[in-house]
Design a protein around this ligand. Structure first.
Ligand SMILES: O=P(O)(O)OC[C@H]1O[C@](O)(CO)[C@@H](O)[C@@H]1O
Length: 504
């Protein structure tokens, strides 16, 4: 493997110097500069990074100290953060909050990371009167992701209904001049922080995306950056056996007949690490074509929660069942902060049990020829979390070089987004057809075949059935009579005719 690693190291060196490492999108890949701005290929980018860090530190200090206040909160200061974002604009902040937020943070954080109305309602309801002291951070690199836009619109509605001025409590993190940036600027939001073209969503935790929410929770973000920076330095050696990320990528390569990567941190606070890695690894490595255009269908499937909890869920299958995986144990040496430990039986602490479970599971797997990797950190601190993120970011990049794919684009995601748009367009046509039939006198109930025919979408009849079932279940003025279980029996019409839509 040595020559291939030397090629991967060279590619990484070029990437760090500002090469167009994401060729399809014509982009540089600069997340390593975030923790060492001196590496940035020019002084303009270096200053952008430094100024953004300085600005967000000042902003978070002012919010935490109460210098920046919400306009109409009885507490007189911000007490909550509501983060609206999805994918790379949520997973890092969620992981870091779970891993590092103190028990009583200066601001507590909540997330809206979906376009599920009930989920959004739940988050807003949980805030209750504290909405008045909630700082809403809307995070979207592109500034146009529909789920995030919907979350924003829902939150803004809640603010209006509570008689609050959203702009005075809203912060945008997005690329300059994106739709979100323009909205925030025109509406005069409290603050805006930039996302950079050369930082991908899934590697954005150490940009404003991850750093601002972390700082507001009282997490030492400079330590996170230091951890990432030190890890990057260790990963720059071209001596394979001394390079942690290269060794990790080598293990993945060695195990790549087993495409399932089970990540098991034995530490509750690292529960969301595997969820975070799911995007980082799968969106980066899961590719149809290699860089030469050959179909390769690459991928590593990441899952896992935490040990020893998962031992009582699926470890049975790992030990005895289908052998299509390798496990990564994340071992944390420090059980508790110093001075808090006690022996619950002579010579044994609670943490000793956790340790025993990890080692026992590892041995039990090994005895049945199931291989594993162990990543050990001394304790969960901002520095070690920064280092873990740095380790996996670099391992993904190196692995991508080994299998000759572009780790930094996500063409497959676009297909789903486009298809979702087509479903919503079809829904509008269905509504128009139903409206026309429902405006007749007498109303003309239609079968699904008739709806599909009039929509000129006979091939989409199943989707039309789904659209109608969904709308009928949601008080949308659609009346569907018949038996859901036998779609041919269904007849549909609207409860009222919308004359404007008919002629508009
Ligand atoms: O930050 P944005 O532009 O809203 O995108 C959110 C996420 O959507 C994706 O583009 C596709 O899932 C991710 O790569 C990204 O992290």
């Amino acid at each position: 493997m040595e020559p291939r690693f030397q090629a991967a190291f060279k590619a990484m060196e070029e990437l760090e110097k500002g090469a167009i490492a994401n060729p399809d999108e014509g982009r540089m890949v600069g997340h390593y500069w975030l923790r060492n701005p001196k590496l940035a290929p020019n002084s303009f980018l270096r200053l952008q990074i430094e100024n953004t860090l300085e600005a967000l530190l000042k902003f978070s200090n002012d919010v935490v100290s109460g210098k920046i206040k919400p306009p109409s909160s009885p507490e007189g200061r911000f007490t909550q953060v509501l983060s609206v974002g999805i994918g790379g604009s949520a997973l890092g902040p969620q992981f870091v909050a779970e891993a590092l937020a103190p028990d009583n943070p200066p601001l507590k954080i909540r997330f809206i990371d979906n376009t599920d109305p009930a989920g959004i309602d739940h988050q807003i309801a949980q805030l209750g009167p504290e909405l008045a002291s909630t700082l809403v951070i809307v995070i979207s690199k592109s500034g146009g992701t529909p789920e995030t836009r919907n979350g924003l619109l829902e939150v803004q509605k809640a603010f209006r209904e509570a008689g609050l001025n959203f702009a005075k409590q809203g912060v945008a993190i997005t690329q300059e001049k994106s739709l979100l940036d323009n909205t925030a600027r025109i509406e005069g939001w409290l603050a805006r922080f930039p996302m950079f073209d050369w930082v991908g969503g899934r590697t954005s935790e150490m940009s404003a995306v991850g750093l601002l929410p972390a700082a507001l929770q009282g997490i030492d973000i400079k330590e996170m950056l230091t951890g990432g920076h030190l890890m990057d330095e260790a990963n720059r050696t071209t001596v394979l056996r001394n390079n942690p990320a290269a060794l990790l990528a080598l293990c993945w390569y060695w195990a790549s007949d087993c495409v399932d990567m089970v990540v098991l941190p034995y530490k509750d606070s690292l529960l969301l690490f595997s969820r975070y890695l799911q995007q980082l690894v799968m969106e980066s490595i899961g590719k149809e074509f290699d860089l030469n255009g050959n179909r390769v269908n690459q991928g590593l499937t990441v899952y896992g929660n935490k040990g020893s909890t998962d031992q009582h869920a699926y470890i049975q299958q790992l030990r005895d069942g289908v052998h299509n995986f390798f496990v990564t144990f994340i071992e944390v040496l420090r059980d508790r902060p110093p001075g808090h430990d006690w022996e619950l039986e002579p010579g044994v602490t609670c943490g000793d049990y956790l340790f025993g479970m990890l080692q026992g599971t590892r041995s039990a797997l090994y005895s049945n020829e199931r291989e594993s990797i162990t990543v050990t950190v001394e304790e969960v601190t901002p520095r070690s979390v920064g280092a873990l993120i740095g380790l996996y970011e670099r391992a993904v990049g190196i692995y991508a070089s080994l299998v000759n794919i572009n780790a930094y684009h996500q063409p497959g995601v676009e297909a789903g987004k486009k298809a979702a748009g087509e479903v919503l367009a079809l829904q509008k046509r269905v509504l128009a057809v139903l409206n026309e039939a429902s405006c007749k006198d007498p109303v003309e109930p239609l079968t699904l075949e008739e709806v599909a025919d009039r929509c000129h979408a006979t091939e989409d009849i199943e989707m039309i059935y789904k659209i109608i079932a969904h709308m009928a279940a949601n008080d949308r003025a659609i009346i569907a009579e018949g038996n859901c279980g036998s779609p041919r029996s269904i007849k549909v019409f609207l409860g009222e005719c919308n004359v404007d839509a008919l002629y508009g």
